[in-house]
Write a protein that binds this ligand. Structure first.
Ligand code: ATP
Ligand code: MG
Length: 729
């Protein structure tokens, strides 16, 4: 039977769609219609071959991508004809387990632990095992459990019915953790895939049932599958042998989570389809994309082309500070909306979620409705709300809502029963909760030391209000309350970055309002404007998201913000994964750029960065794009590119090794300066005007250097005005 929708595809896509049998691989760059081919293939199987959707498994990575895929498919197949085998891999494992987990003695109603649950389990186990939080962080504990689960046949050892638990067994972290899991029949994310694999391996009838059920299997974004994912897919496909995998090695961005892109590049296929025509973006956008990714050494060279019209120039905006950067973005969005774009046509992408704060404030000021895709607004994030509640309570000790929120955050062992007692007495005596707690402490008796300390801290802070700045107060509370310590102990970097960002935004607020004039109550009142914004659910919104969240999606207008060295590429990734880290970050940049259909805006600004604790310079990824491929707006001193080059040099792998050695016994006070400052004491540097000199000191942030020149003079200079002797101008 002929199917006219095949005409909507190019010849290669049509070949991929109609090659329904065997092992087929589509390997192609961004926006070439891979997902389109996959969804059309699904419709082809149903509408032309008459396959029941219940027999087609269609997998992808994020819930958003799965939802998008379902809706594309729903438009092509008769309604009711698509079922929920269009899902994420984890989603599929849950379905498999709901049917078959009874084989290992679990009920169908088993529970799934999210990350917070897992952390709570870990904390409880650490307490049980007497492991101090100073010895090991919760994150380390979980990593240890996860590693043990990857190595051992832990399912046989601990999870099967009939396992005899002995006292001795419980002394190991993994056993203690699983023992707790078994009490609640709970599985964590690691387990979902492992247990599914176990069942497919050990229960032949279950395996055969699924193999017979799933006549056709398709996987989108296959470059991001990890080893467990591949095993599941291969086991299921071993029945009918029809496996269709689609991917782009240049978009592999999950190696840090164990993805194995080489399983995709080395996939044993019976047919390969290569797509190279991009239908998404303008040639100008593609030039930038090709230019970015061409700097990766570990890749098969390929270039995208398009036949679409030239389009608008790619714009790079440089702001003097972050506020200027975000105000510019908001102004551009406003122009786009006035020009007829719908809010949903605009997406703003960033590398790390703390970067949304400055942008959100600019959008709120400009009255542009926005939504954070797959995340929470900055001022609604738990750690930010907690920190602000401390300030609120200090501002007004009668604020019971804030009191309740933080009295036991971080844990002071104040239980619900004790709180209920407080509330009851507060009601009786007509007093705020804090006043009652204070009275309890004064009366002595059975009050927890944590509660006593809490009262003392709030009182100290209250007493300090008249002569402290808001930022000092916040800093004091963050440290003294143990809020930051708890986040550090959990190595919860994202939340730490968010509280640091909050602190930084308070400092900025003070500088822009004249430091001495800012009263705590004024600040809190102002900030309430940002925290209480509510849109109706159906208001169309501009979308803000991390680049990881944006994978597979497309938008007419895309802004990539915060393009500073150390932010994007992320210093942390480069520090941990060195050269591979840089290449993965560059692929991420390629993903970001290739989301844009009609216009692309790349922005960054000067200033101080909270996460790197350094001055900001433009990202190396911007520096790598050929200069005639974008137009720069804003006043951009050329010397800043030199700062980029210097920073990059420091983060470079070989330099790294020699630097750590050289830092032994060096005069730089902080470890950070030794690791991340572009220059160290003793380095020879060149200044355009003052000539050659030697670095003799650095300021605390590692951004300004004291240099002694040949004539004996010493000057404090910024990194972007200096270059290494061995670097060309
Ligand atoms: P990514 O790598 O980002 O996941 P992709 O390769 O999956 O991209 P799609 O999202 O399938 O690409 O397609 C990109 C855009 O190009 C979509 O808007 C799609 O409708 C359009 N497109 C794909 N193929 C064609 C075609 N043959 N004719 C016209 N438009 C097409
Ligand atoms: Mg796709």
């Amino acid at each position: 039977m002929k199917w006219d929708r095949l005409q909507e595809l190019n010849a290669r896509q049509a070949a991929a769609v109609t090659a329904t049998e065997g092992r087929v691989r589509v390997i192609a760059g961004a926006g070439t219609g891979k997902t389109k081919a996959l969804t059309y293939r699904y419709a082809y199987l149903v509408n032309v071959l008459g396959i029941d959707p219940a027999n087609i498994l269609c997998l992808t990575f994020t819930n958003k991508a799965a939802a998008e895929m379902r809706s594309r498919i729903a438009r092509m197949v008769h309604s009711g004809d698509y079922n929920d085998f269009v899902c994420t891999i984890d989603g599929f494992c849950v379905k498999l387990l709901r049917r078959d987990i009874h084989r290992i003695g679990f009920p169908k109603t088993f529970t799934i632990l999210d990350e917070d649950d897992s952390r709570a389990y870990a904390r409880a186990c650490m307490e049980e095992l007497g492991i101090k939080r100073t010895e090991k962080t919760v994150k380390d504990f979980l990593a240890q459990v996860s590693a043990a689960k990857a190595l051992d046949d832990y399912i046989t050892t601990y999870m099967l019915p009939g396992v005899k638990w002995t006292e001795g067994m419980l002394s190991s972290p993994v056993a203690c953790y699983i023992h707790r899991q078994m009490k609640h029949y709970a599985l964590d994310f690691d387990d979902l895939e492992r247990v599914a694999n176990y069942i497919l391996d050990h229960f032949e009838d279950a395996r055969t049932w699924w193999q017979e059920q799933l006549n056709y299997i398709m996987v989108d974004e296959a470059q991001d599958c990890n080893a467990d994912n591949w095993q599941i897919v291969e086991k299921l496909a071993a029945g009918h042998g029809n496996l269709f995998v689609v991917g782009d090695p240049d978009q592999a961005i999950y190696e840090w989570r164990g993805a194995r892109p080489e399983r995709f590049t080395q996939f044993a296929s019976s047919q390969d389809v290569v797509l190279d025509e991009n239908y998404r973006s303008t040639p100008k956008i593609l030039d930038v994309a090709n230019s970015v990714i061409s700097h990766n050494r570990n890749r098969i060279p390929k270039n995208l082309f398009t036949r679409s019209a030239e389009g608008k120039a790619v714009i790079h905006y440089h702001g003097k500070n972050e506020t200027e950067e975000m105000e510019w973005v908001a102004a551009q969005v406003r122009l786009l909306l006035e020009g007829g774009a719908a809010p949903g046509d605009v997406a703003v992408l960033y590398r790390a979620s703390y970067l949304s704060r400055a942008l959100e404030q600019a959008l709120l000021d400009a009255k542009i409705p926005y939504a954070i895709w797959g995340g929470t607004r900055f001022f609604e994030r738990k750690e930010v709300k907690d920190a602000l509640s401390y300030l609120r309570l200090v501002n007004d000790t009668g604020d019971d809502l804030s009191f309740e929120r933080i009295v036991n955050v971080p844990s002071r062992k104040i239980g619900k029963k004790f709180l209920d007692g407080l509330k009851e007495r507060a009601g009786r005596e007509g007093l705020p909760l804090f006043a009652v707690l204070k009275a309890c402490v004064a009366e002595g008796g059975a009050v927890r030391t944590g509660a006593e300390d809490f009262v003392r801290m709030i009182e100290e802070a209250c007493a300090a209000v008249p002569e402290s700045t808001v930022s000092d107060l916040l800093n004091f509370l963050l440290e003294r309350s143990g809020l930051k310590r708890a986040l550090r102990e959990d190595q919860d970097e994202e939340r730490l970055e968010n509280v640091d960002e909050l602190l930084r935004s308070v400092r900025f607020y003070e500088t822009s309002h004249g430091e001495d004039d800012v009263r705590l109550s004024d600040y809190l009142q102002d900030i309430a404007l940002y925290t209480n914004q509510d849109y109706r659910k159906d208001t169309p919104t501009v979308k803000l998201m991390t680049v990881h969240q944006a994978k597979g999606l497309e938008f007419p207008y895309v802004f990539v913000i915060g393009l500073s060295e150390g932010v994007f590429p992320s210093m942390r990734t480069i520090r941990e994964y060195k050269k591979n880290g840089e290449e993965e970050e560059r692929r991420l940049m390629y993903v970001a750029v290739t989301r844009a259909q009609r216009a692309l805006f790349l922005t960054e600004s000067e200033g101080y960065n909270v996460s790197t604790k350094m001055s900001k310079y433009p990202s190396r990824f911007l520096a790598e794009i050929r200069r005639d491929m974008f137009v720069t707006e804003g006043v951009m001193p050329e010397s800043l590119w030199r700062g980029t080059e210097n920073m990059r040099h420091v983060l470079d792998e070989e330099r790294w090794g020699s630097r750590v050695e050289a830092s032994e016994g060096d005069p730089f006070a902080t470890e950070r300066a030794a690791y991340f400052s572009p220059f160290q004491a003793g380095d020879t540097v060149v200044h355009d005007i003052f000539g050659t000199g030697t670095v003799v000191g650095v300021n605390k942030e590692g951004s300004t250097f004291q240099v002694r020149f040949a004539d004996g003079s010493t000057r404090h200079l910024r990194a972007d005005f200096l270059r290494r002797e061995d670097l060309p101008e």
